[in-house]
Design a protein around this ligand. Structure first.
Ligand SMILES: NC(=O)C1=CN([C@@H]2O[C@H](COP(=O)(O)OP(=O)(O)OC[C@H]3O[C@@H](n4cnc5c(N)ncnc54)[C@H](OP(=O)(O)O)[C@@H]3O)[C@@H](O)[C@H]2O)C=CC1
Ligand SMILES: CCCCCCCCCCCCCCCC(=O)[C@@H](N)CO
Length: 355
């Protein structure tokens, strides 16, 4: 990507001003110079960033390709299954409960006419996952969407539950990737088409939230997994995407809200709530564009800029927003934390006052 041709641009504007000799140069020059300055401030960094961003941007086709979605029998995963089937993909869904899997296959059929395939396995059991992935056949787009979330203050939370959350959300994702990767590499080479490994995180995987110690730890772990994995698979034309939704209307959220501490709901409420179909649409869009960080709403976009770190970035525009927006987003993040700690202070004082 050539750098911006600055000398030629200056000549162009100089010629332009010469075309209007009757007007004094100064009156003509300032708007052009202002425009030029603006262009230089945006176009030059954009040119540099479009040279820098890595991995190089690619489009990942879905039509006719095999998409395997874990947790595809409910919520966001089921929306992903319907959307992928609607886009012409061959869809496999993996979850534990066979009855819910069958209902999900029926739901995909009703919505798209397509026949999804269902595989029952607990992602904590590597052998079961390996067998299911082998039976499903080589995968082009792997969406590690499964997840459990039972919020509770750590002091009160049973360590078995902490272990369960980490086992399912983090280790379960390792198991899926480990099982699917060899055939994904072979298939990407055979077809010459880019493949995708997508990981469903959460905005609680970008900022730790009250009562989500185990959940945030498991989702932050997925970030490290994804960043390291992208280095390992880029040469095989496999692209990693991590999706960061806010609260999303699903059966899982309905269950969670029965027991989520009020303080957690106040903090999480800062980012609002989305419908599963909308999250799935944002996720699939990000996957097809091979974006590494996939925010799902406006607050999530701000949060992603504030927490970009050294994550890969394939979009020069998103990189421009990160480069120019990081400082202000950090300030905004500090305002949100001020607000959350004020709520925690008020809430705990009230709780302790009433004891
Ligand atoms: N809902 C929300 O507010 C948000 C959700 N997310 C993330 O999105 C993902 C999906 O969430 P959501 O749609 O709400 O979840 P749901 O609870 O609605 O569905 C979870 C899915 O995961 C499957 N699953 C759960 N545990 C296992 C397991 N051990 N092995 C295999 N499959 C399993 C479930 O099937 P089965 O029980 O039959 O195994 C089900 O298909 C999760 O990763 C979650 O962390 C992120 C941000 C917000
Ligand atoms: C620059 C700063 C901008 C910050 C604005 C965004 C604030 C985000 C607050 C945390 C939201 C956590 C949602 C967790 C949803 C989830 O995962 C649970 N439902 C369990 O599934």
């Amino acid at each position: 990507m050539p750098f911006f041709p600055i000398p030629e641009t200056l000549d162009f504007f100089r010629t332009l001003t010469l075309l209007y000799p009757h007007k004094t140069l100064s009156s003509m020059a300032s708007p052009f110079l202002l425009l030029l300055l603006l262009l230089l401030l945006i176009i030059v960094p954009l040119s540099v960033l479009s040279f820098l961003v890595r991995p190089k941007p690619v489009k990942i086709p879905l039509k006719g390709r095999h998409v395997l979605i874990s947790g595809g029998s409910s919520g966001i995963g089921l929306s992903l299954a319907r959307l992928s089937a609607g886009a012409g993909a061959r869809v496999s869904i993996l979850a534990r409960n066979r009855a819910r899997l069958d209902e999900a296959v029926e739901s995909v059929r009703r919505a798209t006419g397509a026949e999804a395939r269902a595989f029952s396995a607990d992602v904590r059991d590597y052998e079961a996952v390996r067998r299911a992935v082998e039976e499903a056949g080589p995968v082009d787009v792997l969406i590690c969407n499964h997840g459990v979330f039972t919020p509770q203050e750590l002091e009160a939370q049973d360590l078995e539950e902490v272990r369960f959350i980490v086992e399912v959300n983090l280790m379960g994702t390792f198991h899926l990737i480990k099982a699917a990767l060899p055939e994904m590499k072979r298939r990407a080479k055979e077809t010459g088409l880019p493949a995708s490994i997508a990981i469903m995180s959460s905005q609680a995987g970008q900022v730790g939230v009250y009562s989500y110690t185990a959940y945030s730890a498991s989702k932050f772990g997925l970030r490290g997994l994804g960043e390291a994995l992208q280095h390992e698979v880029v040469a095989d034309n496999i692209h990693v995407s991590i999706i960061f939704p806010p609260d999303t209307e699903t059966p899982g959220l309905a269950e969670e809200q029965k027991r989520r501490p009020e303080l957690a709901s106040i903090i999480v409420g800062s980012s609002g709530e989305m419908k599963a179909d909308d999250v799935a649409a944002k996720a699939l869009n990000g996957i097809q564009s091979a974006r590494f960080i996939v925010p799902c709403n406006f607050e999530g976009t701000m949060l992603s800029i504030a927490t970009a770190g050294l994550s890969p970035q394939t979009s020069s525009l998103a990189a421009l927003a990160e480069v120019f927006g990081a400082g202000f987003m950090r300030f905004l993040g500090l305002c949100f934390q001020w607000n959350w700690f004020s709520a925690i202070d008020k809430y705990t004082k009230k709780q302790r006052g009433s004891m």
